[in-house]
Design a protein around this ligand. Structure first.
Ligand code: HC1
Length: 569
């Protein structure tokens, strides 16, 4: 340990700490911009400057190591003036269109400008004016708002191992761009949105589809239905002023009804259906010599990644569509028939924690109903904005139930939103399918938790043990894929989710500020499961009715047509 003094307070910290770590351990707030608690430090923005006795100049606390006996001051006149000047220089060439920016009131640059006391911008800087990169369905990049903190570069490289972004040019002309300054639609972007999730400003945001959804709601000739993904219910509250990880399922349903949706359904329903189809596919592959290990296919950022980077391994992917797309296909077939509405008059909207879901819905093959199966995908953040725009006092809303029949979901469906959850949901059902017996204990602790890669051996019945693996983030997915390529992966089944923590940490969720924040959402997901009346996908009566009255059986002809897909090398 190393003993140092900060603002007159003594503290002992590990010798590998930075001055910022030490200050944070004392509860001293130092403003930061390029620093992100879950990414490598960069020391680029210099907003976190402090005074260290004996140092020749102010130092960037996020990269400055502690030394025995060090004396630090975080609140001197020189420190305050330096921080204010740095922020003013950033604002001097920033568009400062805060009032109409998607990140208004949720922008770190805006907050820091207020915190460090910027009341005027003394420098008349040249403004940057770059064209928008908006030709893809998921994300919009506006270089004019970029402050060159490099967080997106680090998230894409370190967290995802995808390496889409890098710095280009020098001096004032420095930019953060994909290779050759191409658009995201022209490079190996998976649309996972982790760049947007760490961007401190409005330089990378989700493509906003709220206007199109308002127009559909306002069109009286349309029947507008909405599905909500498992992970939205544990994060939406954060966008509306509630504590991190608040469970807001009932209020979310009420708010969607107030917004004017005709029916509010639950993606948990089709998550349960996915387990019937994917579980049956796994058993089929195990018994008939199919390609193993089989890998989950519900996370669209992950599917984009394997298509782009490991096309030789595509036959390992389950052919089951994601729950979003299974729901979409059924909404304009089964549901349309059941309620007697022409599918051309149905507008199917989904609320997702994910930016890649927008691209998934736009895939040309996602039209098994004869129409685009899911018309619009809104992120959790977009729904939060619509609720605010409508003037709904979210916290006062009554707890409201989903509509039947596509609103019936199990606890197994809801845990899809946490890393390991799809695997756990599948094990609950596959064990029953192969043994004919219900499990005594349905909670599989071995597949839970935040380790980047988890492995477990799970007995399914006498003489049959499933060897499984789980990875979250694309950098961890790559480790598993390399093992498969090398012939060293003797697993039967693998779950891969593109985002850290699974969908609860998706690129379309309210911005996550720390690992503890992410954990609160995951705890909330498991709480939702515990409180569910139904906890196993095979107990879902609405799914049983769907098979009895419409689909026939898992992997049957109709299921194959509506619920399964193919991939593009
Ligand atoms: Fe997900 Fe899924 S869990 S992919 O993370 O399989 O986005 O929440 O909706 O489709 O159900 C996301 C979440 C979501 C699908 C399900």
């Amino acid at each position: 340990m190393v003993n140092i003094t900060i603002d007159g307070q003594k503290v002992a910290v590990p010798k590998t700490s930075t001055v910022l770590d030490a200050a944070l351990s004392l509860g001293i707030k130092v403003p930061t911009l390029c620093y992100h608690p879950e990414l490598r430090v960069e020391g680029a923005c210099r907003v976190c400057m402090v005074e260290v006795e004996g140092a020749r100049s102010l130092v960037a606390s996020c990269v400055y190591p502690v030394n025995e006996g060090m004396v630090v001051r975080t609140n001197t006149a020189a420190v305050r003036e330096a921080r204010k000047t740095v922020v003013e220089l950033l604002l001097a060439n920033h568009p400062t269109d805060c009032l109409s920016c998607q990140r208004n009131l949720n922008c770190e640059l805006q907050t820091i400008a207020a915190d460090v006391g910027v009341r005027e911008i003394r420098f008349d800087g040249e403004k940057k004016n770059y064209p928008l990169d908006a030709k893809n369905p998921s994300l919009v990049r506006d270089q004019s708002k970029c402050i060159l903190c490099g967080r997106c570069i680090r998230a894409c490289s370190e967290r995802q191992g995808v390496h889409v972004y890098s710095f280009a040019n020098r001096g004032f002309n420095t930019t953060v761009v994909p290779a050759f300054d191409l658009g995201l639609d022209e490079v190996s972007c998976t649309y996972c949105g982790q760049c947007a999730a760490v961007c401190p400003t409005g330089a990378i945001v989700e493509k906003d589809d709220t206007e199109a959804v308002w127009a559909a709601i306002n069109d009286s000739s349309k029947h507008v239905i909405v599905q909500t993904a498992p992970a939205v219910r544990v994060a939406l509250g954060e966008a509306l002023g509630l504590a991190n990880g608040s469970i807001v399922t009932g209020k979310m349903v009420a708010s969607l009804k107030r917004l004017g949706f005709d029916k509010v359904f639950d993606t948990n329903f089709s998550a349960d259906l996915t387990i019937w189809e994917e579980g049956s596919e796994l058993i089929d592959r195990l018994t008939n010599g199919g390609k193993l290990p089989m890998i989950t296919s519900c996370s669209p950022g992950w599917v984009n990644y394997i298509e782009l980077k490991y096309p030789d391994l595509l036959d390992h992917l389950s052919t089951a569509k994601s729950p979003q797309q299974m729901f979409g296909a059924l909404a304009k077939t089964y549901y349309a028939e059941k309620v007697g509405i022409d599918p051309k008059d149905i507008v199917s909207v989904s609320i997702m924690p994910c930016t890649a879901k927008k691209a998934e819905a736009a895939r040309p093959e996602m039209n098994s109903s004869g129409y685009q199966d899911v018309d619009y995908v809104l992120t959790t953040r977009e729904l939060g904005r619509m609720i605010r725009e409508a003037g709904i006092t979210f916290n006062n809303l009554p707890e409201t139930e989903f509509d039947a029949p596509l609103g019936v979901g199990s606890g197994a469906g809801v845990i899809f939103g946490a890393t390991g959850g799809v695997m756990e949901a599948a094990l609950r059902t596959v064990a029953k399918m192969v043994s004919g017996k219900e499990l005594d204990n349905i909670e599989f602790e071995a597949v839970r938790g935040m380790n980047g890669i988890k492995e477990a051996s799970v007995p399914l019945k006498e003489g049959l043990t499933a060897k499984v693996a789980i990875a979250h983030t694309l950098a961890n997915a790559r480790v598993i894929l390399e093992k498969i390529r090398a012939g060293e992966a003797d697993y039967h089944f693998i779950e891969i989710m593109a985002c850290p923590g699974g969908c609860s940490g998706g690129g379309g969720q309210p911005i996550i500020t720390s690992a503890e924040h992410r954990q609160k959402r995951i705890d909330a997901i498991y709480e939702c499961d515990k409180c569910s009346e139904l906890r196993k996908s095979h107990d879902n009566p609405a799914v049983k009715e769907l098979y009895d009255t419409y689909l026939g059986k898992p992997l049957g002809e109709k299921s194959h047509h509506l619920l399964h897909t193919h991939y593009h090398p």
